[in-house]
Design a binder for this molecule. Structure first.
Ligand code: GN1
Ligand code: MG
Length: 343
């Protein structure tokens, strides 16, 4: 066990003798570890304060939503923060800001969706989470990241990155840059919509769903509540579609299997299961457009990061953010073909 991690654990446990700690891969922002004690397990996270400059706000949002859900008969698991020995929900150390939550027992998660049934069930679970959040007082929620959903600012950052980057990177990414610049109409059409503003999760990707360890078709929790904010529920639908209907890994540039209409339809059916009678006509009419825009913006974000020298997303190899961009663009191209065949 690394000395620094041991030291962090002493903030939470009287004795760290019987603890094991293992890193959990997958997240691109925070560092995440599973801590196993003799009695139970926990999730320990080092919060990336470059991305989340106000960790107190993250904690406040989580408490507000978990308090709300705990007062209802919401059937799935709710995130439970674990205080340190001083009773504080955040631990400030020279090695960063740390937070611990309960590990949800007998659960497992996936980096890629396993079956149509699993996609349907997860989308249903997300819809259920939304249905139960609908009654919340939204005034108490402040975003943990300012301008996260301000897509005009995402585009401004992209243009700035284009101006400030090297000719070499521009050349390498020329076709992806062109594609994104040529397909801004979708974004403009989306931005012109007046969609109802509700509490959203804002990172509803497959790895943020926990499934029962014994029944992979049974979601038991929606996790990673760091991006709780106010926005359109269609953004959550879009993030599901982005990661569930793309059958390739997020950095796989192979165009085959980048969009599955069957998965898309399963997710839509699942998401509507608990929400169809709650959503307004403008929401019901804009599923496809929002999904397209969510993937488009994700491509813009990956490419911006690549052009800036990867300051934001964790990378394992130099071209990973470019590959992630290509992967998103492959989805967009396949979705366009699907839409043109469908109409
Ligand atoms: C980031 O850290 P992680 O993996 O939960 C990002 C999401 C992206 C996602 C792409 C705060 O999420 O917005 O969709 O990577 N989170 C933040 O995989 O930027
Ligand atoms: Mg996240």
């Amino acid at each position: 066990m690394e000395v620094t991690l041991e030291k962090i654990l002493t903030h939470y446990f009287q004795s760290i003798d019987h603890l094991t700690i293992t890193p959990l891969e997958g997240g691109l922002i925070n560092a995440t570890f599973k801590v196993v004690s003799l009695e139970k397990s926990f999730i320990l996270q080092k919060i990336n304060t470059a991305v989340f400059p106000d960790p107190e706000q993250l904690v406040r949002n989580i408490l507000r939503v978990s308090d709300h859900l705990n007062k209802t008969d919401y059937p799935n698991e709710v995130i439970q923060l674990v205080p340190n020995l001083k009773g504080e929900l955040l631990t400030y150390t020279q090695g960063g800001v740390w937070r611990m939550t309960d590990f949800i027992d007998r659960s497992t998660c996936f980096q890629q969706v396993q079956s149509l049934e699993q996609a349907f069930e997860a989308a249903k679970a997300l819809g259920l989470w939304h249905r139960y959040c609908f009654g919340m007082n939204l005034e108490t929620i402040q975003p943990g990241i300012v301008d996260f959903l301000a897509y005009d600012i995402r585009m401004k950052n992209f243009h700035q990155a284009l101006e400030n980057t090297t000719d070499e990177l521009i050349q390498t990414a020329q076709s992806e840059i062109n594609y994104l610049l040529e397909h801004q109409t979708y974004l403009q059409n989306y931005t012109a919509l007046q969609l109802p503003q509700r509490l959203i999760h804002a990172d509803a990707k497959i790895s943020n769903f926990l499934f029962s360890e014994t029944d992979f078709m049974h979601p038991i929790a929606l996790i990673d509540w760091d991006t709780l904010m106010i926005g359109s529920v269609l953004v959550d639908f879009g993030d599901m579609v982005r990661t569930f209907s793309n059958l390739n890994a997020e950095d796989d540039p192979n165009p085959n299997n980048s969009f599955s209409p069957d998965y898309y339809l399963a997710i839509k059916k699942g998401f509507l299961y608990h929400l169809e009678d709650r959503l307004t006509p403008i929401e019901l009419a804009n599923f496809e457009l929002t999904a397209f825009v969510v993937v488009y913006i994700q491509a813009v974000r990956f490419l911006t990061d690549y052009l800036q020298g990867n300051p934001y997303y964790t990378i394992q190899y130099a071209e990973q953010n470019l590959n992630r961009t290509i992967n998103q663009i492959n989805w967009l191209k396949a979705m366009q073909i699907y839409q043109s065949n469908d109409t």
